[in-house]
Design a binder for this molecule. Structure first.
Ligand SMILES: Nc1ncnc2c1ncn2[C@@H]1O[C@H](COP(=O)(O)OP(=O)(O)OP(=O)(O)O)[C@@H](O)[C@H]1O
Ligand SMILES: [Mg+2]
Length: 406
């Protein structure tokens, strides 16, 4: 007997896709493992046809949340609703969902065709229909011509596309993807990101996507839930999450964290500690005396010589500690206080300009437009600028350099 891998959770209740019934809601969902709370009172509404991403560092509860939607795990408290229906106690194969995992888990002795057909055969779908649907899905993922090959005769990226076809062929209303590109190298991953997004738009079903890669989340998603220690710290579209992070953790996890401690003065004024007082409507959201952080993204900082910074813009003095050539840009590390360092990204417009950039040890003035400064509060669970996750995240360029050096 064939033992079926966990990820062939064929969706036999779902035969129609993108019919407006693939929405997913979580209400107060909690998962405890013994005394440890892996998922802590999560509320979420994912719309039908949405590309929704759960993003966060290792161990924050992404997989556990996904497994509760799939039915591999039951919540300790709270409800999972799919298409408005409470699915408590329903096993995975009864839910209109399918899961694609990081390790593709294909049957090695079966051809691609047979791998994709497996779920439909078990459901006794008529042969002609199986053939039609299997070849349609293999075409969709660009493997029509490889149908007779076995998994071992495919690259990792191709195997992952078979796993995708095998999930899509069951016509799920919701596709759950757990770091499906995690095992692939950077180039392949980038290519498949574009392809996955295209396929999602084509089939129009809900994708719930899990990743710890912020760049992947930003490029693919309609909306992102940023998770930290079992909780959602922010749920918004990619632009909002990047431009207007709500907490120090989100600011640090998405992109490079440039956090300056600050205190709200009242009205629209906020004072940067050991720095300028800035007038910005953003400060009006907080009350006077509140301690928080100002975020300015590395590409929004301008470098000039000390004393020569534009007088009409906020700025701060610092000392260049590092200069890293990244190809399209140069990244400067500038120390602005004993425990405060800002990263500056200067686009490499011309070689001449690049050679004019200050080197290590040079004093510089950094300035920015008030509207490019965003105020964030400290993360509720204390993973602030020096906590887990934030600050340890390297830029995508650094990741890229690292991977290419391998
Ligand atoms: N079956 C289990 N028993 C006990 N603890 C568990 C179990 N499954 C998960 N956990 C714990 O729950 C937390 C969340 O795990 P989860 O797998 O959801 O994290 P994740 O966000 O998917 O991380 P990663 O990015 O590493 O995959 C972790 O601390 C993990 O050790
Ligand atoms: Mg996981």
């Amino acid at each position: 007997m064939e033992s079926e891998p966990e990820n062939v959770d064929s969706a036999d209740t779902a035969e129609v896709r993108s019919d407006g019934s693939g929405d997913v809601s979580l209400r107060g969902v909690t998962k405890d493992f013994g005394s440890f709370t892996a998922v802590d009172d999560i509320d979420l509404d994912i719309a039908d046809g949405e590309f929704f991403t759960m993003l966060g560092p290792s161990g924050c509860g992404k997989t556990t949340t996904l497994r509760m939607i799939a039915g591999f795990e039951q919540p300790t408290a709270g409800k999972v609703l799919i298409d408005g229906k409470d699915v408590a106690g329903e096993p995975p194969y009864k839910r209109p969902t399918n899961t694609v995992f990081q390790n593709y888990a294909l049957f090695p002795h079966m051809t691609l065709e047979e791998n994709v057909a497996f779920g439909l055969k078990r459901k006794k779908v008529p042969k002609a229909e199986i053939q039609r649907r299997v070849s349609e899905e293999l075409e969709r993922v660009g493997l029509g011509r490889e149908a007779k090959r076995k998994p071992a005769q495919l690259s990792g990226g191709q195997q992952q596309r078979v796993a995708l076809a095998r999930a899509l062929v069951n016509l799920p209303k919701v596709l759950l993807l757990d770091e499906p590109l995690g095992a692939l190298d950077l180039k392949l991953r980038k290519g498949l990101q574009v392809e996955l997004k295209r396929i999602q738009e084509e089939v129009g079903i809900t994708f719930v996507y899990v990743t710890h890669d912020q760049e992947e989340a930003l490029t693919m998603s309609d909306r992102i839930a940023v998770m930290n220690q079992g909780r959602i710290e922010q749920c918004a579209d990619p632009e909002q999450v990047y431009e207007k992070p709500s907490t120090t953790f989100v600011a640090g996890f998405i992109g490079v964290s440039n956090l300056l401690p600050a205190e709200v003065r009242g009205g629209n004024e906020v004072s940067i500690v050991d720095g300028p007082t800035v007038t910005t409507p953003d400060a009006g959201r907080f009350s006077a005396g509140e301690n928080l952080f100002a975020v300015v993204r590395p590409e929004k900082l301008d470098v000039s010589s000390p004393g020569e910074g534009p007088a009409d813009r906020p700025g701060i003095e610092g000392i260049v500690e590092s200069s890293l050539f990244l190809g399209t840009a140069t990244q400067l590390g500038v120390k602005v206080a004993d425990d405060s360092k800002l990263t500056v990204l200067v686009p490499n417009a011309s070689e001449e300009e690049r050679h004019r950039l200050p080197g290590g040890g040079a004093k510089v003035h950094l300035s920015w437009e008030p509207e490019h400064m965003h105020l964030v509060t400290e993360s509720p669970n204390g993973s602030g600028p020096n906590g887990a996750g934030a600050g340890e995240v390297s830029t995508s360029e650094e990741q890229q350099q690292g991977e290419e050096a391998k």
